[in-house]
Design a protein around this ligand. Structure first.
Ligand SMILES: NC(=O)c1ccc[n+]([C@@H]2O[C@H](COP(=O)([O-])OP(=O)(O)OC[C@H]3O[C@@H](n4cnc5c(N)ncnc54)[C@H](O)[C@@H]3O)[C@@H](O)[C@H]2O)c1
Length: 326
């Protein structure tokens, strides 16, 4: 397997976990991310890793993506970078479609134009499927997002598939549920918001009515799925593999808030409900039998322990979340 890997959005929760995993395996890792803040890199635990180079850049700019992939002789690209917040996407649809769709096209065009054997592993999402009709999403269900973030994922997922089928590129696609764990710096997301509010003795505020149902998956389990898919794509002759990555932890938002607050405080604290969200799918659940069968992937972490690890990380790094740049 070629040793040089590019990770877009490598300073996100998933990127940071994946970088740490790969850096133990003797790969040379290049990260492109919009921000290159020292404090952020340190809090994510990426500051003194060997063989990891962080490049400040924007994958909206085709030329800079092309230059990095060519000059660094990249063998695998994990395209994780995106506008990832449903609420940001709602407020800024143009930026979201640009970043998530054109950004993905830039990666694909780079590989197509370089005519090199470069594997792409792309972060799609369970939201790419849109409304859930049966019990759980399966990989052969149609992609029919409704809201801006969701459509940005349906579209970019289909475009990746189109480049594989039309131009012979090689890609793996992962559609995962909600990722939680250490290193999520997005304060609009449920887990960081609830943990930090509770640690600071404030009530958390929900943007939904609390009844939305999601799969919650520990970040190291997701990073492991990406790793296994990278290995598979390097060894198989197939050009396209698509996998759901889910878990058994399928909760309503309120249930999850209660679990988190109980762990932190010893008592369940009911959040303030703003109930203004009409921009989210009501119920989501992933069937992940296919990746279990093909790659022997399943969520290995124990929910209780993962939740404790996550809370501990926020406790240990609480001062970071007071810092100005957030
Ligand atoms: N976190 C989840 O629950 C979840 C679930 C399903 C799918 N996903 C997908 O997985 C991927 C990783 O998610 P995450 O939670 O780690 O995201 P994140 O928001 O934690 O990190 C995304 C990173 O991408 C960077 N980025 C965004 N636009 C960029 C650009 N134009 N150029 C360079 N860097 C850019 C950001 O600076 C950030 O560091 C995303 O594509 C996301 O849509 C995430």
């Amino acid at each position: 397997m070629k040793k040089n890997i590019l990770i877009t959005g490598g300073l996100g929760i998933l990127g940071a976990a994946l970088v740490k995993k790969l850096s133990k395996q003797n790969f040379n890792i290049f990260i492109i991310d919009r921000s290159k803040n020292k404090k952020k890199i340190k809090v994510l635990g990426l500051h003194n890793l060997n063989k990891v180079k962080i490049i400040k850049g924007n994958f909206i700019k085709y030329k800079s993506v092309f230059k990095i992939v060519k000059n660094k002789k990249i063998g695998t690209i994990f395209h994780l970078g995106a506008i990832t917040q449903v609420i940001d996407a709602y407020k800024s649809p143009v930026e979201t479609f640009n970043s998530n769709i054109i950004g993905t096209i830039n990666i694909l065009e780079t590989v197509r134009n370089l005519k090199k054997n470069i594997n792409i592993i792309f972060s799609s999402s369970d939201k790419a499927y849109g409304s859930l009709l049966g019990n759980a999403y399966k990989e052969n269900h149609q992609l029919k997002g409704n809201f801006p973030y969701d459509v940005s994922k349906s579209a970019s997922d289909l475009i990746v598939q189109s480049y594989v089928k039309t131009y012979g590129l090689k890609a793996g696609i992962i559609r995962s549920g909600n990722i939680y764990g250490p290193g999520d710096l997005n304060m609009d997301r449920l887990v960081p918001h609830v943990i930090i509010s509770t640690l600071k003795k404030k009530k958390s505020i929900l943007r939904s009515n609390g009844k939305l149902i999601r799969d919650y998956i520990y970040v190291d389990d997701v990073a492991n799925a990406y790793f296994l898919l990278m290995r598979k794509m390097a060894s198989t002759k197939e050009n396209l593999r698509i996998y759901n990555v889910g878990s058994k932890e399928n909760f309503t938002v309120i249930e999850f808030v209660k679990l988190m607050t109980k762990k932190i405080n010893g008592q369940e604290i009911f959040p303030i409900i703003k109930n203004n969200s009409k921009i989210e799918i009501y119920r989501q659940k992933l069937n992940y039998q296919k990746i279990k069968n093909d790659l022997n992937w399943y969520p290995k972490s124990r929910f209780n322990e993962s939740l404790i690890k996550t809370i501990r990380w926020y406790k240990d790094n609480l001062s970071f979340f007071d810092s100005k740049f957030l």
